[in-house]
Design a protein around this ligand. Structure first.
Ligand SMILES: Cc1cc2nc3c(=O)[nH]c(=O)nc-3n(C[C@H](O)[C@H](O)[C@H](O)COP(=O)(O)O)c2cc1C
Ligand SMILES: CC(C)CC(=O)C(=O)O
Length: 399
């Protein structure tokens, strides 16, 4: 079997990637066909909305105010290009936890992906593997973390943990992730409960008790032992148990050592928005922080995530790597987050829109477009490496 490393696909040609992509579009019309998905994120979103069921679309939505703030706040910063700096060779890679990621982004954990396309996470993992783009599968996936690991092959993968009320089950998930070759654990801490999601309430829609969306739970030996009957015999009881243990609102900083006791992998906390929490995470020995407001899905009126980033950069003082998500729609957004101090960003809804429109190929095209845009944005701003960007590449606009 041919071996494919992440570098063969993307990182060996980063200095050409954008131009290769553009040439394909302008001259070959993508090898004789038009793009499957729009390159414009606005159009992509609109077309995906038309394709999805109203229930799925409602579920993908979040709190209007926070979602809008996430997008609008990128305008608080603008890129100031430099000239005559020899940008002919460029490097999109970043180093994180001793690993080289070929591109400065990962696929954000997004649960229940089959609600937008029957191939769900499988299609996303295949597209990610084809391009070597790192993926963070969610605990709430339709495909087991082990099967997704197989699909991802040698593509970097981190596992997102929903920290449940059952410590033995949490420990079991961490063990399984280590065994399946995940190289970091992302612990999401802004979702003890689902937020007040008015579209879901209006649609009377709740996707995640869907039985097969609980596969990481249903296949887990600890979870199964807690049931009187196997889930195959009593689905209802399995769903009930899942609902009971899913979120753990009693967690405090005193619980953090539990994670360390149960995994040797780097641990990142996702959902940090306050500099004091960031400081506390560093004190608690956490390895990384993901600044995120969950894509504006949890608290309406919440601060825009990109506005929170500089305060957290200041608080953390480079002691641990910061990552960022919530509102990344195009390369310029990623560029700004990285220039402000994030090592890398997480791409969220846009890849799901690609999935909704054209399955695996739709995701692949969204990712290719994003990479090409990243490369060109870097070059045309007068820089050669995302890893070397700093805030001097930006201008703060008066608000
Ligand atoms: C439909 C949907 C499901 C999500 N599921 C998860 C999840 O299972 N775990 C998690 O940590 N975050 C989850 N998120 C949040 C994403 O990881 C990420 O923080 C968010 O999508 C970023 O915002 P953006 O998509 O607007 O850029 C989900 C987001 C969406 C839109
Ligand atoms: C399965 C859900 C808990 C996924 C999630 O994080 C979300 O809907 O925001």
């Amino acid at each position: 079997m041919a071996t494919r490393t992440t570098t063969q696909t993307v990182a060996t040609i980063p200095h050409q990637f954008g131009n290769v992509r553009q040439r394909q579009v302008y001259t070959d019309g993508f090898n004789g066909r038009r793009p499957l998905v729009p390159a414009s994120s606005k159009l992509l979103e609109l077309q995906a909305k038309e394709r999805m069921s109203p229930d799925a679309w409602g579920y993908l939505s979040g709190m209007d105010e926070t979602m809008e703030a996430n997008i609008a706040a990128f305008r608080h910063w603008s890129i100031v290009p430099r000239i005559l700096r020899n940008v002919a060779q460029r490097d999109l890679s970043v180093q994180l936890f001793g690993q080289t990621l070929p591109v400065p982004f990962l696929l954000a954990p997004i649960g229940v992906q089959k609600i937008v396309h029957p191939d769900g996470e499988g299609a996303v993992a295949r597209a990610a593997a084809k391009l070597g783009v790192p993926m963070i599968p969610s605990t709430a996936a339709y495909i087991t973390l082990e099967d997704l690991a197989k699909t991802l092959g040698d593509t970097p993968r981190w596992f997102q943990l929903y920290w449940s009320k059952d410590p033995d089950f949490n420990a079991s998930l961490l063990r399984r992730a280590e065994r399946a070759g995940y190289t970091a654990i992302v612990v999401t801490l802004d979702t003890y409960y689902l937020g007040w999601r008015v579209d879901d309430i209006q649609n009377a829609y709740m996707p995640f008790p869907l039985y097969d969306g609980l596969v990481n739970y249903l296949t887990d030996p600890v979870f199964r032992r807690s049931l009187k009957q196997p889930p195959e015999k009593d689905r209802h009881a399995a769903i009930q148990l899942y609902m009971e243990i899913f979120g753990n609102p009693s967690l405090t900083w005193a619980d953090i050592p539990f994670l360390r006791q149960h995994t040797k992998l780097p641990i990142l906390l996702k959902g940090i928005m306050h500099p004091d929490d960031a400081r506390q995470a560093v004190e608690a020995g956490i390895d990384g922080i993901i600044v995120s407001n969950h894509g504006g899905r949890q608290v309406n009126g919440e601060r825009a995530a990109i506005d929170a980033l500089p305060d957290i950069v200041e608080a953390v003082k480079g002691q641990v790597p910061l990552l960022f998500d919530s509102g990344i729609r195009k390369a310029a957004d990623a560029f700004k987050a990285i220039a402000l101090g994030a090592k890398a960003v997480l791409l969220g809804r846009p890849y799901l829109w690609g999935l909704a429109l054209a399955g695996e190929q739709g995701v692949e095209e969204v990712l290719q477009n994003f990479i090409a845009d990243l490369d060109l944005t870097l070059a045309l701003s007068g820089h050669t490496a995302y890893s070397a960007l700093d805030v001097s590449a930006l201008h703060k606009e008066p608000v």
